[in-house]
Design a protein around this ligand. Sequence first.
Ligand code: CA
Length: 174
Amino acid sequence: MRVLLVEDDLMIGETLSDALQDEAYTVDWVKDGQQAIATLKVQPYNLVLLDLGLPKVDGMGVLMAIRTAKLDTPVLILTARDATQDRILGLDAGADDYVVKPFDLGEVLARMRVLIRRSQGKTDNLLQIGTLALDTLNKKVTLDNKPIDITAKEYMLLTTFMLSPDKVLSKTQL
Ligand code: CA
């Protein structure tokens, strides 16, 4: 598993780089957006960990470059706690998920596993769209990591919708 880490903060970058290597990922760490785009042109990755505030080209620019180049590499963005707008823009621009700084390493690793699993088309017990997650094993729904109470019927409908994102479903299909 090869991961591109794009982070200009040396302390965060080192922490992540070490943790990922401990988890047996191959990590390439670049510290600005321009380098990230150049690297992505020549090397395929299983996942990109992308900071948004970067020198030269910012994370949003990198994200646009990735999606314009039609690379379907999963992108996990790293954002600041108060940057709600950035998260929305990032997700709309094609990021697959985000973690908020200061983040818990275990959470970053878990989110990475989900994205990689999903990109490989493997089935698992978790359906996820943005920050909405549905655990089909425990029948639990969370939004932004907070549990949501829904009825059995709502659960059934939500599962159907999440299994067919971007599709219009007829009444009979439901
Ligand atoms: Ca930064």
